[in-house]
Design a protein around this ligand. Structure first.
Ligand SMILES: Cc1cc2nc3c(=O)[nH]c(=O)nc-3n(C[C@H](O)[C@H](O)[C@H](O)COP(=O)(O)OP(=O)(O)OC[C@H]3O[C@@H](n4cnc5c(N)ncnc54)[C@H](O)[C@@H]3O)c2cc1C
Length: 415
């Protein structure tokens, strides 16, 4: 058994809450800090892939998350003008009956917060961290209001894409998306277990993702999104909403019922994306996890999963070795998976979100036909499930397999 540590976690988002639950359960003394005044998630919905579901289960949040979210069995997308099928990936195969988990961010947040609270960790709110300087063998955490906390043996930077602690400078992507949450409408024939998308070349992408219910509110909901260049947000905000709705419905009539409750432009929130990866996600006394360590567009739907896998790998590394070595083990465990998913995200994103006239044609005429030839469908299934390559190496993974992550069975992971 390694020494129990005094740990500060910066950021009570997906990675930070999961880290708090896992590290406190292992006996570490955990201080969880967030800049928000009251716990509140931002954003709409997302898909937790089977690998992420396994980590939720390890956190003790798996069944609560499944009770609120909905199983996603397939991702299906068509080109709006030609009607061509552009994307068709099923989660399950006879050998791996997996599903994604569509879930509202608030529901995921609540299940992870409950898991952290059960381990005796409540976030300290209104705590905007501005620095974490080295202090002897550990680190002090400095807040914007001048308070200094610590020293801590370890700071876990889980403060997301806007981290002020991480040296990562991401490349801003030209396209982002407007996101909204709406009740699942009665008059739709879209499958309630499928992420459905429509594209026009690569300059337009819209979609509907079933995300289940909110805690204490049984209304089934959907996340809707509309891709646009980040620079196009101002024009969207000043244009009459009816003009936008008419354009969206002309491209995809089935989108119409999902727009009924969108009353003003403010009902949609702009999300901007960036891309980048830290070569070394740690420094003495500090570990970077989640978007603070690597960020990408949500095209492959992996960001939350990556944050969950990072904190799980860090937890396992801290069980196995003393601190300095554990940080190296953590980085080595995640290096290959992060590198491959980041590279694939960089390759896929412009095919769906860019001004390119060539890439979408290549996508529709070459890549889509190729993707139907075995073993491509199986490879794509593993890609979205999050275990195209082993999610972590060199640490003994003990995640419950109930969430659908069957990686523990493979020797190279447990290596
Ligand atoms: C629109 C959109 C759709 C997405 N869809 C998916 C999907 O389908 N599947 C998927 O896996 N991923 C998806 N992602 C990515 C996913 O949301 C992120 O990768 C994930 O939230 C990263 O988790 P994190 O813990 O690193 O950071 P976050 O969840 O962003 O949490 C960071 C926390 O740190 C706090 N914080 C920030 N700065 C400070 C500071 N200085 N001091 C104190 N606290 C601070 C913030 O308040 C926040 O609570 C999507 C992202 C977006 C934007």
């Amino acid at each position: 058994m390694t020494k129990m540590l005094n740990i500060a976690i910066v950021g009570a988002g997906i990675g930070g809450l999961a880290a708090a639950a896992l590290l406190a359960r292992d006996g570490h003394h955990v201080t969880l800090l967030d800049q928000f005044e009251a716990p509140a998630p931002v954003g709409s919905g997302l898909v937790i892939q089977p690998v992420g579901q396994a980590v939720l289960a390890a956190c003790g949040a798996g069944s609560a998350a499944r009770a609120l979210g909905v199983p996603i069995t397939r991702m299906l997308g068509h080109e709006a003008k030609t009607g061509a099928r552009v994307l068709d990936v099923s989660y399950g195969t006879p050998k791996r009956p997996h599903t994604g988990l569509g879930i509202h961010r608030a529901a995921l947040f609540q299940t992870l917060l409950d898991a952290a609270l059960r381990q005796g960790v409540a976030p300290i709110t209104g705590a905007r961290v501005v620095g974490a300087p080295a202090n002897g063998a550990g680190r002090t955490v400095v807040l914007a209001d001048g308070r200094r906390l610590g020293p801590f043996d370890l700071v876990v930077d889980a403060s997301g894409a806007g981290s002020v602690l991480s040296p990562l400078k991401g490349r801003t992507l030209s396209y982002g998306a407007l996101w909204g949450t709406v009740p699942w409408p009665a008059g739709t024939d879209l499958p309630p277990d499928q992420l459905t998308q429509r594209y026009r070349m690569a300059f337009r992408m819209m979609g509907v993702l079933p995300i289940g219910t909110l805690p204490g509110d049984a209304t089934p909901r959907a996340a809707i999104f509309w891709s646009l260049p980040a620079a196009g947000e101002a024009a969207f905000r000043t244009r009459p909403l009816a003009v936008w709705k008419a354009e969206a419905i002309s491209l995809w009539p089935a989108f119409g019922p999902f727009l009924q409750t969108i009353q003003t432009q403010q009902d949609l929130t702009m999300a901007r994306y960036s891309h980048g990866t830290l070569a070394r996600p740690f420094a003495p006394g500090i570990a970077f996890v989640g978007d603070a360590a690597h960020r990408a567009s949500p095209q492959l739907g992996q960001g939350a999963n990556m944050a969950l896998l990072d904190v799980w790998a860090l937890t396992l590394a801290l069980r196995a070795a003393p601190l300095p070595q554990a940080l190296q083990t953590y980085a080595a465990a995640r290096r290959r998976h992060v590198a491959i998913y980041q590279a694939l995200s960089a390759a896929f994103t412009p095919q769906f979100q860019s001004d390119s006239l060539v890439l979408p044609v290549l996508r529709d005429r070459v890549l889509m036909p190729l993707s139907r030839i075995p073993p491509a469908p199986r490879v794509l299934t593993r890609l979205v499930c999050g275990d195209l390559v082993a999610p972590m190496r060199g640490v003994a993974n003990t995640a419950p397999t109930a969430g659908g992550w069957d990686v523990p069975a493979r020797k190279k992971v447990d290596g």
